[in-house]
Design a binder for this molecule. Structure first.
Ligand code: AMP
Length: 114
């Protein structure tokens, strides 16, 4: 079975523009950015979506949001507006089935997102 592309990126087996990395979380620029800043915050652990987290993974969510804040500050968008979102399954737009949070900013965000 072909390995998950985000697993490959977190293991350094596939190129990505990594902006943050620690023992549990990696953040890298989206290859098809939808905003001037568009970073994906991804756990190293392979989990399909936020609905597949088990209770022992919940502290990982806290780490992910810490990283999202840190990246937003470093990218200079923390004060101007940041959208942090995760898609769950195809109907919501999920196309890579390894949990990731989009961190987007640098332009006016609209609602509803469509
Ligand atoms: P989603 O559609 O919510 O599952 O988000 C997946 C995101 O991953 C999309 O915004 C893609 O542009 C992005 N993406 C897919 N492949 C790569 C890659 N190799 N490097 C960086 N971002 C990627």
């Amino acid at each position: 079975m072909e390995e998950c592309i985000f697993c490959k990126i977190t293991k350094g087996e596939m190129d990505a523009e990594v902006v943050y990395s620690d023992d549990r979380v990696v953040a890298f620029r989206d290859i098809n950015p939808q905003a001037p800043v568009h970073v994906l915050v991804v756990p190293r652990k392979h989990v399909r979506s936020v609905f597949d987290l088990s209770p022992e993974d919940y502290d990982l969510l806290g780490r992910i949001f810490q990283v999202a804040k840190r990246v937003s500050e470093e990218e200079g968008i923390a004060g101007s507006g940041v959208r942090i979102l995760t898609n769950v399954e195809r109907g919501a737009g999920q196309s890579v089935f390894h949990l990731h949070f989009h961190v987007m900013g640098g332009r006016q965000m609209h609602w509803p997102p469509g």
